[in-house]
Design a protein around this ligand. Structure first.
Ligand code: GSH
Ligand code: FE2
Length: 366
């Protein structure tokens, strides 16, 4: 068998590569986006076909490489159906079995660390993600985590596997590599011989700081780790299998035919003339990246509902400049505004990304 335990030292994350040596079909568990080149090289070197990229959960501390692997290799991405990760190809459930070559890997639902946490059982090995860690377990204080649920998952699902089952965790913060179910039953300080009440007491007093990347990682991982443009591509690819006009990129392209896009330079001229109302159609959470001064926040999804309450936009002949992160959503919003009767509305090509790049070179960062 081909089996490798890979490590991301920035987040103490383990990634696992398993392959059937005969068919060369392979899978990765919990790949990290910053290692995409390593994975591609490894897969090429070993002449493997990466069939699946599986997540033990929607991670809060790093961004998955699964979407990138799908882009490069046509890999199917898999995550628990409980996670609401719409662009994942496989919406995994308890007891699902995936085949790679003549090998099989089985899904064990082990919620608790997150609502959609899974473990995977392959031969005598169990990949526990953050449900069960060596001498520890995943925290339960975010992403629909629940202490009693985790206790049940560990004691009723993982601890009922054979004692000899080798356990491979999702992280280890002390450079340990493996454990076993028997070992954890015997020595895990949070669980060995502990009642639910004792476990709850321990978990309620962990006092861990939030993962540094949580605000970026969780939303990105719901889309297989891809950003907005790539998500649109991913949604588009899935939608294309049903009907082309159900894809976001189709509608963005369509909208761009009907609107005027302006460059950063032109936009700056309009803003300097003070004759333009700037509308930011990104989500509130994206504003941390920065905003154009004096922009009105009107997320694309709320446009039609909120516009009437914005006095500055009461005059439909006013000049309006719309922007988003990279120019897709603003094209859609501009087209919507035109349909609503706005006569003088343009979209910023390349969005706030282009704005920042333009501003970085001319020293007027907004
Ligand atoms: N310090 C790390 C996060 C560490 C963390 O919270 N790890 C999670 C797994 S995603 C956990 O459950 N840790 C349990 C523990 O450390 O006991 C970071 O900022 O990324
Ligand atoms: Fe985690």
């Amino acid at each position: 068998m081909i089996f490798k335990q890979l490590f991301d030292d920035a987040t103490w994350t383990y990634t696992y590569l398993i392959a059937d040596p005969v068919s060369k079909e392979a899978l990765l568990i919990d790949p990290v986006n910053t290692h995409i080149d390593d994975y591609l090289a490894l897969i090429k070197d070993q002449d493997l076909t990466l069939k699946y990229s599986l997540e033990t959960h929607v991670h809060a501390d790093h961004i998955t490489a699964s979407g990138l692997l799908r882009q490069h290799l046509g890999t199917q991405t898999g995550v628990s159906i409980q996670c609401g990760a719409k662009t994942a190809d496989l919406q995994l459930k308890d007891n699902d079995v995936l085949m790679f070559g003549s090998e099989q890997i089985k899904v064990i639902a082990t919620p608790g660390h997150t609502g959609g946490s899974l473990s995977f059982l392959w031969r005598d090995k169990v990949f526990t993600g953050d449900s069960l860690l060596i001498n520890g377990c995943g925290r339960t204080d975010f992403q629909a985590g629940d202490t009693a649920t985790l206790y049940k998952s560990i004691t009723e699902r993982l601890f009922t596997l054979a004692d000899e089952t080798v356990m491979y965790p999702g992280h280890d913060y002390n450079e340990r590599l493996i454990s076993s179910i028997g070992q954890e039953k015997l020595t895990n300080p949070r669980l060995a011989g502990k009642s639910l009440a004792e476990f709850t007491e321990i978990m309620n007093n962990l006092n861990l700081p939030m993962p540094k990347l949580i605000d970026q990682a969780v939303p990105a991982n719901r889309y297989c780790g891809l950003d907005e443009d790539e998500q649109q591509g991913a949604v588009a690819r899935r939608a294309a299998t049903t009907a082309s006009n159900t894809s976001v990129s189709y509608w963005v392209a369509e909208a761009k035919q009907q609107i005027t896009e302006v460059t950063v330079e032109t936009a700056k001229g309009l803003i300097a003339s003070k004759e333009v109302i700037v509308v930011d159609v990104r989500e509130e959470s994206e504003q941390a990246a920065g905003t154009i001064e004096n922009a009105i926040l009107l997320p694309r999804g709320m446009l039609e509902f909120k516009i009437d309450s914005i006095d500055a936009l009461a005059d439909k002949s006013a000049a309006v400049l719309v922007y988003c992160r990279s120019g897709g959503r603003s094209a859609l919003a501009t087209s919507t505004l035109q349909q609503m009767g706005y006569e003088n509305v343009v979209s910023l090509a390349g969005g706030y990304q282009a704005w920042q790049e333009g501003s970085a070179t001319d020293g007027t960062c907004g």
